[in-house]
Design a protein around this ligand. Structure first.
Ligand SMILES: [Zn+2]
Length: 235
């Protein structure tokens, strides 16, 4: 599939007046979104080489936004850059790393959900409800787009709860793992998002009613189910 991105950048004007460079502020973001979507939907396979020239041809843009996007994805742990070799998609996480990651999440996130109840406020609740992703339920949107959007929303949702829990070190530790991008690449399946949305609803409901114990349980339940859903990828 060829996905062309149209550049809104206007040609440079020369002459008596000053030259104004009008670079579309969204082009780099658009390129990033497309490559991010391809990585999340496994269209770019984990571990495979990513050639800048191929992307230039496929997306019909210059090298600059591509390199920018790849740099950003490198920072998010989805792309690796090796000297003289170039870019490649990050390899799939190992079963061992997967188990360790879920063990860490189970230790930290249910407790964080419990503590978030005490610090809940109107703004926090609104942000959580948005990130809970309910509006991304089946609505005719391209499955690939929906999937990668949900992966990002899920990261924001969990990070927001850790933020409200108040321990910034725990929050940074988990953010540094780029958990959500790695686990969502294990399997591209609508079940992964549909069931998670219901579980997010349960977490939001407990948080909004000030039920600390319920929030802790709902978060544990969500992480355990998420683990079970994605474990199938290792069969
Ligand atoms: Zn989640």
């Amino acid at each position: 599939m060829r996905s062309t991105i149209s550049s809104n950048a206007k040609p440079l004007r020369s002459g008596g007046e000053a030259i104004t460079i009008q670079r579309s502020p969204s082009l780099a973001d658009e390129v990033y979104d497309v490559i991010f979507g391809q990585l999340m939907a496994l269209k770019i396979a984990p571990g495979s080489r990513i050639t800048v020239d191929n992307l230039v041809r496929e997306l019909n843009v210059s090298h600059t936004p591509i390199r920018e996007a790849l740099g950003r994805l490198e920072g998010e742990g989805l792309v690796n850059k090796a000297h003289l070799v170039g870019y490649s998609a990050a390899p799939q996480i190992s079963r061992r790393k997967f188990d360790e990651l879920y063990e860490l999440r189970l230790l930290l996130e249910p407790d964080a959900a419990k503590r978030a109840v005490a610090n809940m406020n109107e703004t926090g609740m609104k942000e959580l409800q948005e990130a809970a992703g309910v509006m991304f339920r089946r609505d005719g949107t391209d499955e690939r787009v929906r999937y990668s959007t949900f992966a990002r929303q899920d990261a924001i949702f969990h990070d927001k709860i850790l933020d409200l829990a108040g321990n910034q070190l725990i929050r940074e530790t988990l953010a540094h793992q780029h958990t959500h991008f790695h686990i969502f690449r294990l399997m591209f399946h609508s079940r992964v998002t549909e069931e998670a949305l219901d579980e997010h609803d349960a977490i939001v409901t407990a948080l909004s009613s000030g039920d600390a114990f319920g929030a802790e349980q709902a978060m544990r339940n969500h992480i355990l189910h998420s683990r079970d859903r994605l474990l199938e990828a290792f069969d």
